[in-house]
Write a protein that binds this ligand. Structure first.
Ligand code: MIG
Length: 667
């Protein structure tokens, strides 16, 4: 069966630039989906499975819950949520029929995946203007690949961004950062980057550096470079309103901020207090905002993370005023329960208020569009602003950029991290489950806050989480202000941290190679067993193991106090047990179900038949690891080949055939 992609246009869609392939739209009926009054309906068979939806709560199989595409600053990633920071409207149904659906629609979309009725998918937009893409293919992986080709090549970061990074909200000064670097280097725990959260700015103003805490920033960047550390500052969406602050003054003067209905600049508030929001949906504003990154690029910075770009709004000026008035009336009142609840809701409702999102406007290159209609494009276009600027400012160099909020299309400009998770064991599993769903939607450069962002972590949680994190492209330990310190050197068993992070560096030849091939071929990096072993009922139900690239399967431990876990082998595989790159044991296992012991200081993964994993002994930072001799782990019974992709990691000549080498193993 050949892949087929059909595009059906309904009404007058707002252009999102999610799709890059040129397709002629058809009119009329949409295959598979029945349009009723307010919704699209699809009748599910009992065995049908649903995959996709990118960054979201719940499992790999998305059936049985109601999701909402409505980018939100949602720090509670519990099962009860309906949306997180991204809006990724692509899914595949696999069962009695097999097809993919992409709803290119930038407003709020409800995706009832067998929630209201277990046997029904019900998709409800807020209006009927959208492009619908229906994709058919032989297997799920063919459908996903066809979709990925449609939306264009995934973002590729510089190679150093595959190194381990340490972050924490609360590193205040040069000295705080020096202490972190020293903690790692003194204990021989490998590291390549330290992230700079909002604390580095001057009163939370984008594109400023606090001169008291960072007195000579370019010099500090150079000092860190000598330590082989890349500094990665955060950029927030809101621009502080402050007389004399250049970004603010210029934005106002040129009219580059989002507007109220009456044409005045919309006022919201975030970290710096009152802010304006750049109109990233306007081409000129986007260009202008992108150029601001130059301030940091010029000082030696090569990577950024874009935050608060749903956009997150603590309160709007208007709404705060209204609420304050009501509160004044309540002064000295004897409030009963309902009044107290009402009071609470009113105050809590100040943040990310749907009414606020309906009250400001974008100038989409001449057309005035109300924000809620295009809400899900905001973070995407902030990151696009950066990506497009980097193309212009440093066309030959890869710059690291990832974003909290995203929409399909943004995957071409940057990566995304999974946002404010908690130091909970359940979020380790959620991290694993989100990986393939994000890959399906084009997001390959991704990862979660390792160790957990909110709440106090524990040493065993950080270790176990790192044992998954060594496999994720973005490998960053990040924690919230006020939580327990969780840098690897803070814990008792430093040797284990050193070895486990060291394994990441040892496996880099394989991990980088697989990332690059996945990006360049529009393929997934993390594949659910269900996709790779169609028809295998155990594979279909495996929610806690993944294939990573062509050679390996991962199955991390994600429960506290466990000394191992059950693993399903859909075929004969070779178990690899690593305590460090110097201590590797292997054992061949037949297809079947096993309980596998995995000590707290061990990494276990599995090699598929006739497959090869290139590795080195690693190093303290990527450049050092690169210099080591290449070796192979393999499960080869006769002879096999591995296609290694290797480049210097900073330039963009991806197509250069010299980047490919064939590794042959014969036994
Ligand atoms: O509202 O910059 O997701 O990674 O540390 C919190 C402070 C704002 C949210 C990000 C998180 C970051 C934090 N930010």
């Amino acid at each position: 069966m050949k892949n087929s992609i059909r595009k059906i246009t309904i009404g007058k869609p707002i252009h999102t630039d999610a799709v890059v392939a040129k397709l002629t739209a058809e009119k009329g009926k949409i295959p598979y989906l029945k349009r009723e009054d307010k919704s699209f309906i699809y009748k599910l068979g009992t065995e049908d499975r649903i995959y996709g939806l990118g960054e979201n709560v719940r499992g790999i199989n998305k059936r049985g819950w109601i999701y909402e595409s409505n980018c939100a600053d949602q720090p509670n990633h519990t099962e009860s949520q309906h949306s997180l920071y991204g809006a990724h409207n692509f899914f595949v149904i696999d069962g009695k029929e097999r097809f993919g659906v992409f709803l290119d629609y930038p407003g709020k979309l409800t995706l009832d995946m067998g929630y209201t009725r277990m046997d029904e998918v019900r998709i409800t937009p807020e209006d009927w203007n959208m492009d619908v893409y229906i994709i058919e293919g032989k297997e799920v992986l063919d459908i996903v690949k066809a979709f990925r080709t449609l939306i264009g090549r995934s973002y590729i970061p510089p190679k150093w961004a595959f190194g381990y990074g340490q972050s924490r909200w609360g590193y205040q000064s040069e000295d705080d950062i020096r202490k972190v670097v020293k903690g790692y280097r003194d204990n021989d725990i490998p590291i390549d980057s330290v992230y700079m959260d909002i604390d580095y700015m001057e009163r939370f103003k984008d594109f400023t550096v606090n001169e008291e805490t960072f007195p000579d920033f370019p010099k500090f960047v150079t000092e860190m470079e000598k330590e082989h550390i890349h500094l990665v500052p955060i950029i927030d969406a809101g621009v502080k309103i402050e007389k004399g602050y250049e970004t603010y003054e210029e934005g106002v003067e040129k009219g580059y901020f989002c507007k109220e209905k009456d044409g005045t600049d919309f006022v919201g508030a975030v970290w710096p207090g009152r802010v304006h929001f750049p109109d990233f949906l306007n081409k000129d504003a986007r260009k202008w905002f992108g150029k601001q990154y130059k301030f940091l690029l010029d000082q030696g910075i090569e990577g950024f993370w874009n935050d608060m770009n749903e956009p997150s709004i603590f309160y709007s000026e208007k709404n705060l005023e209204a609420v304050m008035k009501k509160i004044q009336k309540m002064d000295n009142r004897d409030m009963d329960m309902w009044e107290v609840f009402g009071f609470r809701d009113m105050v809590n409702g100040l943040a990310n208020n749907p009414e606020d999102y309906k009250s400001f406007y974008h100038d989409m290159d001449g057309t005035k569009v109300r924000h809620d209609k295009v809400h899900n494009l905001y973070g995407y276009n902030m990151t696009r602003a950066a990506g497009e600027a980097f193309e212009e400012l440093c066309p030959d160099k890869r710059i690291l950029i990832f974003s909290r909020s995203s929409y399909i299309g943004m995957h071409r400009y940057g990566g995304t991290w999974m946002g404010d998770n908690q130091s909970w064991w359940s979020h380790l599993l959620l991290n694993l489950q989100m990986l393939p769903s994000l890959n399906m939607c084009g997001f390959l450069y991704t990862g979660a806050d390792l160790g957990g962002f909110g709440a106090d972590t524990t040493e065993d949680l950080v270790l176990r989480w790192l044992e998954l994190g060594i496999f994720t492209p973005l490998m960053r330990n990040h924690a919230a202000l006020g939580t327990r310190e969780q840098e690897a050197y803070q814990f008792t068993n430093k040797e284990a941290f050193k070895n486990i992070i060291g394994i990441r560096y040892g496996l880099m030849p394989y991990l980088y190679s697989e990332y690059m091939k996945a990006a360049l071929r529009d393929e997934m990096l993390f594949v659910p067993l269900a996709f790779a072993y169609p028809g295998d009922k155990y594979a279909q139900q495996t929610e806690d193991q993944l294939l990573l690239g062509e050679s390996i399967m991962i199955a991390p431990v994600y429960t506290q106090n466990a000394t191992g876990r059950y693993v399903y082998l859909p075929e004969k595989m070779k178990l690899v047990r690593m305590k460090s790159m110097k201590d590797i044991k292997t054992e061949v296992l037949e297809k079947g179900h096993y309980y596998i012991d995995v000590a707290l200081d061990e990494v276990v993964f599995f090699i598929r038949p006739e497959k090869i994993v290139p590795y080195t002994m690693g190093g303290q930072f990527l450049e050092e690891a690169e210099k080591q001799e290449l070796k192979t782990l393999h499960f080869v019974t006769d002879k096999a080949e591995y296609e290694l992709y290797e480049d210097e990691g900073y330039e963009k000549d991806y197509e250069n055939p010299n980047h490919y080498k064939t590794i042959k193993v014969e036994v």
